[in-house]
Every structure is written in C-alpha cells, then in structure tokens.
Write a protein that binds this ligand. Structure first.
Ligand code: NIG
Ligand code: FE
Length: 398
C-alpha cells in the first residue's frame, strides 16, 4: 500500500460507535493517503506500507479533529462591560431589553471592516485550534442588515480558506431586532426572510439557517416563516431553542426536521421525545450556562432515555459565552451538565459532525474519512475533559 504518511507508536480513540469505550485501538497505526484515512487498526495487523513519511508519536493518543458545531466567532468589539454589569446584579434579559446585549455587538460589527472582523475572529480561532479543533461552525447574526450579515458570512468563508480549519456557515438573521426596526418588527422579519437570506444564499455564503427562538427574540411563527423559506432554498435549519424559558423550541426544531436544537435548558419531555423521533441533535453549550450562572441544566437524563444524540460546543460569542477553548467546553459539559468524559468527547467529534451534516466525512476515524486528526499529550482520553486550562495538544493534521 502506498501512502503519504504513516503514524505509529500511538493509541487511537476512533469514536466509532459500538466499538468499545472511545472506539479505542491501543498500539495502533494510521495510514493517510490523498488526505484520507487509508488504513487504521492495531499495529500488529498493519499491511506493508510504502509511506513518504513515517511519524512515531511516542505513545500519544489520536482523536478525530474536534468539531465546534456552534459558534458566533465573527463579531466586532466585546462585551466585558456588560459582564461587569451582570456581576453587579443586572440580568441578561434586562441588559438586552435596555438596548444592550446582542444589539451592542451589532453596532460594533457594523462599524468594523472585513479585515478587522477577520483578524479578531482569527485571534479567537487560535484558542479553538490550540485545543484540537479542525472544523468550526460560524454564524452571522451581529449584522442584522443585508450588508453586514453578508460581510460576516464572507469573513467566515475567508476563515475557511485561510484559517486552517474546515468552516460551515449558518445564517442567523433572526437573532435580534435591530435598533432601526424596533417599532416595526414585522418589516424586519420580512427583510431577514425574503431579502437577506436569499441574497446570502445567492452568493454561496449559507450552509444552514439558524434562529433565536425566545420571548426576548423571535416567536415560533416568525421562526417558522424563516424555516419554510430555508426549505424552499434547499437549506437545512437549526435552532437556538428553550435556552432561557420553555417556549416550545425543541418541538419546533423537530417539526422542521432541524439538524440540531441548541441550548435546550428548558426543554420538556414532549420536546425531547419529538427531537428523538425527528433525529434532531441536542447541542449542549455549557459555556453559556456557566457565564449566565444558569441553574436549570438541560435535561440530560431525558435526552439519554429518549436516545437523543448530544453534541457539545463552545457557543463562542461576546455576550453569553466568551469561551475560546474546546477542551474547556468538554470539562464544563462534564462538571456542570454531568456528561461522562466519553459522551463529551463524542459530543465534540461524532455528534458535532452529525449536527453539521458532515458525519459522512469527519467525526470518527475510519477508512475513507478525511484525515483530520488531533494528537494529544495524554495517557487516557478522559484527560481531555479532566484538565481545565492545561495545554494538551501535540498537533493536528488536516
Ligand atoms: O448562543 N442566544 C443567543 N445567541 C447567543 C448569545 C449572543 C449574544 O448575547 O451576543 C447564544 O448564547
Ligand atoms: Fe449561540
């Protein structure tokens, strides 16, 4: 067998389902050819390989490259001032209703150039990459006018070309009502659905359509209009659902066969059952849960009982989750939400890939999948969720 690269002296957590804990292969070998995994298995079974390069990994662990399937990585400014206000007692809702919150990031994002947005997003991306991320989802939603939503999505595409990671974009025009439409929300929804989305799609900037369904944001009716439009354009949908209150978001996501319902702290059993029946992935965002000092965790036991797939993501954003570390998200998912380290790692690999409709290409280490891997300085896979802040990454391959 001819190969570009042969990795030996390593252990592999393939994250393949039904293959034992972590899908682990101790003392493994990985053969890479043409950017794909050409062979993977116990080293003792390795066929004869003529590899351009052979790399000994000194007993390190290999996992699939981590997938951060929910981020707002592109934005102008920051909201550390609101962080101080919240620590002083103000709530996220109070700040949002007083014209701060998402809208303050909108002002900064509108004022920023494409180069500035690219540079600041890249600085956050460095944190993700240093924690093993090779695929990242990036949302719009801090533009809330046609020009700036498209600007954000163009920056996201540029990150996909120049940032050293695979990027999936989501159009999040229904994130907040922009200040100029405060007196006429129907006109904004029309604009976001019938003008901004088709314009972004026509430029090839949209991989999926997202929305924020919450009393302080958009209603089920408004989100349904957007999702119907998305279906007409052939785009998959996903939803910020039931984060701050139970508004039927999980069931709405299920009715529209969404890829994922994200946050879902307040989802009820009906909603969870509907997600299970429709194959909707639950994307857990423990960074936002932590930063908002929430007390109601997502219904993990219900999700397990109904067999809903659970992904874990950073939700990296300036308001509710200034988190730029994927391994921190793993730790928080275990400590705060009570996932097992194996569930958390599956949530940042296989299930996150599923939530982005990329599971046929990435998310597990199997023959034929893309050779996007992370190599770690750890003795056991559980260490990825155990440490908080210790650099663990040796390198990634892509
Ligand atoms: O995922 N929930 C809405 N969107 C973000 C928060 C955005 C912000 O506050 O800037 C989230 O938590
Ligand atoms: Fe979010």
């Amino acid at each position: 067998m001819k190969a570009d690269r042969l990795l030996i002296d390593c252990h592999v957590a393939t994250m393949v389902e039904g293959a034992g804990a972590y899908g682990a292969i101790p003392d493994a070998a990985v053969v890479i050819a043409d950017g794909r995994i050409a062979w993977i298995g116990p080293r003792a079974d390795l066929p004869t390989v003529q590899a351009v390069e052979t790399e000994r990994l000194d007993g390190r662990w290999i996992t699939p490259g981590l997938v951060d399937c929910h981020t707002h990585l592109v934005f102008g400014g920051d909201r550390s001032g609101e962080f101080e206000q919240r620590l002083g007692g103000a709530t996220y809702e109070q700040i949002a209703r007083a014209g701060g919150g998402i809208v303050s990031s909108v002002k900064a994002t509108r004022a920023a150039s494409e180069d500035d947005l690219f540079a600041s997003a890249m600085s956050r991306l460095e944190g993700l990459k240093a924690t093993g991320v090779t695929t990242v989802e990036i949302k719009s939603g801090y533009g809330l006018d046609r020009e700036t939503e498209l600007k954000m999505l163009r920056v996201a595409r540029r990150i996909g070309r120049e940032g050293g990671v695979r990027v999936r974009t989501s159009y999040l025009g229904l994130h907040a009502i922009p200040p100029e439409h405060r007196e006429d929300r129907a006109a904004y929804v029309d604009l976001a659905v019938d003008d901004m989305l088709p314009a972004a799609h026509a430029e090839g900037l949209v991989d999926a359509v997202d929305a924020y369904c919450e009393p302080i944001a958009f209603s089920i009716q408004e989100v349904s209009r957007l999702f119907d439009k998305a279906r007409g354009l052939g785009l998959p949908v996903k939803l910020h659902a039931d984060q701050l209150s139970n508004g039927g978001g999980a069931a709405l996501a299920a009715r529209h066969r969404a890829l994922s319902a994200d946050h879902i702290e307040h989802a009820t059993e009906d909603g969870v059952a509907a997600m299970a029946a429709a194959g909707v992935v639950a994307v857990l965002l423990p960074g936002a849960f932590l930063m908002l000092r929430e007390t109601q965790a997502p219904p993990i036991d219900l999700l397990r009982r109904h067999g809903v797939r659970m992904a874990v993501a950073t939700d990296c954003n300036p308001g509710t989750s200034p988190v730029a570390s994927m391994t921190a998200a793993l730790n928080l998912a275990c400590v705060q939400l009570r996932l097992t380290p194996e569930e958390a790692l599956a949530g940042a690999t296989r299930e996150a890939a599923r939530a982005l409709a990329l599971l046929d290409r990435i998310g597990t280490l199997e023959v034929g999948k893309a050779a996007e891997l992370a190599v770690w300085n750890i003795a056991r896979p559980a260490e990825l969720a155990y440490w908080l802040g210790k650099p663990l990454l040796h390198r990634t391959y892509r």
